[in-house]
Design a protein around this ligand. Sequence first.
Ligand code: F6R
Length: 613
Amino acid sequence: MCGIVAYIGHREAYPILIKGLHRLEYRGYDSAGIALIDDNEINVYKTKGKVRDLEHFTESKNINGKIGIAHTRWATHGEPNNANAHPHYSETASLALVHNGIIENYTLLKKALQEHGYNFKSDTDTEVLVQLIEYIKTSNNCSLFEAVQSALKQVIGAYAIAVIDKNNKEEIVAARKSSPLVVGLGKEEYFVASDVTPIIEYTNKVVYLNDEEVVLLRPKEQINIVNLNNTITKVDVKSLNMSISQLEKGGYPHFMLKEINEQPKTIIDCIRGRINVEATNVILSGVIDHKDKILNAGRIIIVACGTSWHAALIGKHLIEEFCKIPVEVEYASEFRYRNPVINKGDLMIAISQSGETADTLAAVQLGKEKGAFIYGICNVVGSSIPRATHTGTYIHVGPEIGVASTKAFTGQVTVLTMLAMTIAKEKKSIAKERFLSILKSLKSLPELMEEVLMLDERIKDLSKIFTYAHNFLYLGRGYNYPLALEGALKLKEISYIHAEGYPAAEMKHGPIALIDNEMPTFVIATTDSIYEKTVSNIQEIKARGGKVIALVTKGDKIVSSMADFSLEIPDVDECLSPVVACIPLQLFAYHIAINKGRNVDQPRNLAKSVTVE
Ligand code: F6R
């Protein structure tokens, strides 16, 4: 989604802003722009396309200035073109503003401003906001800060904004509601960004803004935050624990490939300090600290979107099997709008890599209002969802930059496994032997994942055979059914090949009509409790001339002899099979997308962090 970077201080702003925009590229965008104040003028440069296009565009321009705002836009109102790109000027060009989010009542506001003689150059809701700020500032003869506060009171919708005034190059005003914004604190300088990636190179001290907070940044003064009602907010400075190397490709051609390969390490980080094989224990403090609420939950509702929703389906299986608590899994986007039944005493689990997904955040807020106890499973430390939940667990897999989620998925499933084990142990609802066996499997995950990564060359060769397929079916059963959904999602989002995931037995209720020699099927057929059933499903496909790629457990003879191609993965407890088995699916999608010349890290139309509904 859109990204904001802003800087004010003693350095030239342009290089910081451009570098910051590059760091935010992973979020997905279709145009970029920058505004700098020099000689009491705001110079705005913006263009459709990539940040490098913006750099070319500014080559012979005046890029001086120690204060500036910059933006990558993911189009919502108005097509991606130069006029709709941010920053937007106000009527007299004395203000410029960048905005993430959606102003829902912009049509009404625009009409009122037009009646006051304001002209609009773009189709965006953002231009309405900057015009409104200028209108209030001029008619009330007030400061920029006051005008921003007053304008935001009239706005319905979501926003993260940064505004500058050509007559005051000593200040930036920024604000947020339902769209993330973080301020980096340097020495007589401030950084503002949608997430910490553009900031960590300069400072590890940050302040996350809360909803309806407005911040005034003057390099020689302390940060000043108030809410829309002018109440001063206590400044909560956090220290970041992240290194710049985590944001770079480390020798890999793409972030996605780097992140797939990182998984053995990220799983070590995810389980570190949480499992103790010698003491035969799993400890998630988020559970232990709120035992009463969690162990006595009569029902669990898991809300999530996309890949996180697939992890949630695995979570349901784990929790119901180990803890004997009924679990419902909901698309956050549907849940929030259907007046769901939530009872006091229900436990809601929200899963989100970014911690910023608008629908998941709204579902959390709804759950909270209705009295549920909320547990977050997120990756981005300090993001909005963990701050809105009562407790939770970070998956700790490090920044995920590739738009297609990979290491976050394995981290989420691993945390869900530890969560189910912690609850089950406390409730004594799991047999000791089973608990110990899963504990051992958890510990062995990194090693098993290393082994699976060695399939890369073979998968690369296999991908060449299927590069020109138009459709793909993915099948799995039990714990591997959500993995079939995930495999299909990975393929479609980065290669743009249409792919569907199904529980294997559902085939005969419809999808089997699609099977012919042009419709390949990827079957996850590891040796588990329903292996024989999956074998029958493969026979049904082969009988109709379908091509089958099968993911099997090492040593498998039956499926391997039936499938056209098979990939062997090591044996692992079936509840953890998705963590290991997802790697070949990720690599397969990656290589097909590369063969097709796709931009795997930033697939078309997609955003990494979906902060609008
Ligand atoms: C797919 C993908 C998306 C996200 C979804 C939720 O590869 O990345 O489907 O999983 O947008 O995002 P988070 O987990 O950040 O809430």
